[in-house]
Each structure stands twice: as C-alpha cells, then as structure tokens.
Design a protein around this ligand. Structure first.
Ligand SMILES: NC(=O)c1ccc[n+]([C@@H]2O[C@H](COP(=O)([O-])OP(=O)(O)OC[C@H]3O[C@@H](n4cnc5c(N)ncnc54)[C@H](OP(=O)(O)O)[C@@H]3O)[C@@H](O)[C@H]2O)c1
Length: 409
C-alpha cells in the first residue's frame, strides 16, 4: 500500500503498513569513492520493494561499522561494480549493517515479526532454500551468504530498509534507539569468535588476548570473556583507551606503541632479522605475563587487525590454543612461521559474522544488562560520512557508534 505523500522528512512517516515512494538515504556513488567524509552524501531514492519473507523497517537509528569504510574507499571490494556484475541495476550503495527500527510493512509469508515490532537486525543474509543449508550446513558457510548493507544494497543509512524476517531480533527494551543500533555487528561477531569454535570456547580462568580492546569488537569481547570467568587482556594505542578497557573488566592492557616489531614476518632463513623480530615478540609476551601476574599464554587470541599483528598472535598463542580472526584491517598477508603452528599444535580459525542463534544469545545478554553495548557517540544523519572517516583514521571514540535516522528526539 502506498502513502499519501511521495517523500517524508526524517522523523516523519506515513501510516504504519504503508510506504512512501521515495526516501532520504546517505549513499555512496562510484565517482565519490575515496575518503569516507566525501564518499557519503544525502540523496533521495526510491523505497525498495518488499519481497516474500521480507519486511520493511522504518529505521530509527543506524550503527556505524568498519565495513562501510571499505565500501566508501571502493576497496578491497567495489561493492557497486560487484553487484552490477551480478545483475543489479542500482548505481549507488546504501550501506549500514546495523539498525534499530520499527517493522513498517511486511511481505508475504513473513514469520516471527509483525507490523509495529521494535527490532534490531543481524546483517547476515542467506538463502534459506540454498542446497548447502538444506543439507544441514551452518548458514554462515552457505555460498548464498552475504552481508546486508555492505555486499548487499539498501542497508540502514536510509529512512527505510528491507531485511529478511529471520534477520530481525527483538530490540532490547531498556536501550535507546541509538544504543540498540550500535552493537549487533560487532557483538554477534565477537560472540561467535569466542564461543562458536569448540573446543576453543572461553572457559573460566582462560587468558584471552584482545586486539583493539577499545574498538567495536574489543569492547564487547572484554565483557564476554569476563562474564564467563575468562581473563581478558586488551591491546590499545593510548592510555585513555586502556582505562576504558579496565572499566569494562579487562585484567590490564598493553600499549602497542611501546613495541616496534609490527608488520610482516622477516624471511625465516634470515637469522639476524628473525632474531630482531623474536626479541620484539618476546617483549610483547612479557608484557602479557606482567598483566596476568603469571607466565601463561593466551588460550584464545581475538584477531582482526591482520597483517601487522598476526605473526605476534600466532607466536604468543598457547600450545593447543586458537587465534580466531574476523578481519585484516592492516592488510591481508597473514605470515605464519609454520614451526610454531605445527610443533605447538595451534589453530588459526577464520570467523565471519554470526548465526541467528548467536545474535539472539548476545542480544539477551545485552537485554539483561550483563553486556553494555558501549554506545560512544551518536551522529546526525548528515554526519554518517564523518563517523566513517573517524574510524578510518582510528580517531573514533572508544566503543560503538550510531547515527540518528528516524529518531529525531
Ligand atoms: N567478519 C566480520 O564479521 C566482522 C565483523 C565486525 C568487524 N570486522 C572487521 O574487524 C575489524 C575491526 O572492527 P571494529 O569494529 O572492532 O573496528 P574499530 O572499532 O575501529 O576497532 C579496531 C581497533 O583496532 C585497533 N588497531 C588499529 N590499527 C591497529 C594496528 N595496526 N595494530 C593493532 N591494532 C590496531 C585500534 O585500537 P588501538 O589503536 O587502540 O590499538 C581500533 O580501535 C575491521 O577490519 C572490520 O571490518 C569483521
């Protein structure tokens, strides 16, 4: 059903159950690829159609994530070109992989949500009829898996977003719209990294090393590890971020600016260079022991920083432990000294987003007040580019960020 007006101002909307023809969106075009602050611009576009099993959500607030820094840069994936190659006609990208909002219209065969429900969304989309899912596979491994609001268009940086019904979860009632919008992508991903890869799940007493402890993934990971009795040790690049981690429950923090062995591993046959690298990695290991107060290595290392840190992560990880990685912010060359991997029987595990169950479980912990979503700053709709620029420059405040969309209060 169509609304009486074609376009409504932000904060305004037609009657529930109806959708306008047009909407405001903070979007990216190929000709603007580059610095995020320039790549995003508010424009008016058509409201997308709602398909079978889908709902139209009136976006109240949108979460800011690293993935749309990559989308703005047009690298490592040109998201618009990739979709056009697959047959899409849109020449723009509406990013945004987190939202809080209200179910405003429903398509055929929608289950689990109804008009008026207040929801948050896990940005992991797959085809429930895909053969690999029908054969019992984890849907996050499906060849049909895509990240909504990054690989897929019509994300949350717009007045309305279209999502599949299974992507919706009840909004924690105690949270504001912005608090509810800021956490899912990082929280569900961190939850899967820490509890999704048995037997390497965090156990009471397990030391866990968390890169970027004050970042989006890190701030949730610290709390999750502490909640189950593990010992979270954060890595940061400022005292202020370190203090933030301590308040969240970190046992202590390591300031990475004090070390200089970052980057790719030297050639392992170059004894002198390897010696220099090893003394840096060992010093970092001693800093870890200092925080812990005993000579134990991390059973689990939560990785996402990538090329700069992966050699240290693998070196430091305990014998039989796991480095679990969901990103490669500093580069994709993950150098491994294979001797440490096989002789000490370590596991290097990739992890991507989360299942619906994992999203629901972490949302419950947030709903119960056990985990703080750590909303740091709420931007206005026209500042979505600025928010991504701050992440790109590593100048963003500690925690998770959001932007106001329909919520004008
Ligand atoms: N696959 C998935 O499902 C998934 C989901 C969420 C995020 N990710 C990816 O994970 C990465 C981090 O996401 P996020 O939301 O946590 O980002 P974030 O909020 O920017 O936090 C990342 C943290 O990494 C640290 N960092 C930056 N450069 C570093 C370096 N050279 N060495 C060590 N640490 C460094 C920074 O902390 P300090 O400067 O204080 O050390 C920063 O706070 C991104 O690449 C993102 O795309 C993947």
């Amino acid at each position: 059903m169509r609304a009486t007006q074609d376009l409504y101002e932000l904060g305004d909307a037609p009657e529930i159950g109806t959708a306008p023809k047009k909407m405001y969106a903070s979007l990216i075009r190929r000709e603007r690829y580059g610095q995020p602050v320039d790549a995003f611009r508010t424009e008016v576009v058509d409201v997308p159609p709602v398909g079978r099993g889908q709902v139209l959500v009136k976006v109240m607030a949108a979460g800011i994530n690293y993935n749309n820094v990559w989308a703005a840069l047009g690298s490592p994936l040109d998201v618009i070109a990739a979709r056009q190659k697959a047959g899409a006609t849109e020449d723009f990208h509406i990013g945004g992989s987190d939202l809080s909002g209200i179910v405003w219209a429903v398509g055929e065969d929608v289950r689990g949500v109804k008009l008026g429900d207040e929801v948050v969304v896990l940005a992991n989309r797959w085809d429930e009829k895909a053969e690999d899912i029908r054969l019992g596979g984890d849907p996050t491994w499906s060849t049909s898996q895509r990240v909504w609001g990054y690989e897929e268009n019509y994300g949350s940086f717009a007045q309305f977003a279209v999502v599949d019904d299974y992507m919706c979860h009840p909004k924690p009632a105690r949270l504001s719209w912005a608090e509810a919008a800021c956490y899912m992508a990082t929280a569900a991903t961190a939850y899967r990294q820490l509890f999704g890869w048995p037997p390497h799940t965090v156990r009471p007493g397990d030391p866990v090393l968390i890169w970027g402890g004050a970042g989006g993934l890190g701030c949730i990971a610290i709390q999750l590890v502490r909640h189950v009795g593990g010992i979270p040790v954060a890595v940061v690049s400022s005292e202020e971020r370190g203090e933030f981690c301590l308040k969240l429950g970190a046992e202590g923090y390591i300031d990475r600016r004090k070390f200089g062995h970052w980057g790719r591993l030297p050639d392992t046959s170059d004894d002198e260079a390897m010696g220099r690298w090893l003394s840096g990695a060992r010093a970092f290991g001693r800093a870890f022991w200092d925080v812990l107060g005993e000579r134990r290595s991390p059973r689990i290392v939560l990785e996402h920083s990538g090329a700069d840190t992966i050699p240290t992560s693998l070196y430091l990880c305990d014998n039989g432990g796991m480095v679990v990685l969901c990103g490669g912010t500093t580069g994709y060359n993950g150098d491994v000294d294979l001797r440490f991997l096989w002789m000490r029987q370590k596991r290097l595990q990739g992890s991507h987003v989360a299942t619906a169950r994992e999203a629901r479980e972490v949302t419950r912990l947030i709903d119960q007040g056990i985990i703080d979503p750590c909303l740091s700053r709420t931007f206005d709709f026209d500042e979505i580019g600025l928010a991504h620029q701050l992440i790109h420059d590593n100048r963003h405040p500690a925690g998770n960020m959001a932007a106001r969309v329909g919520d004008r209060g």
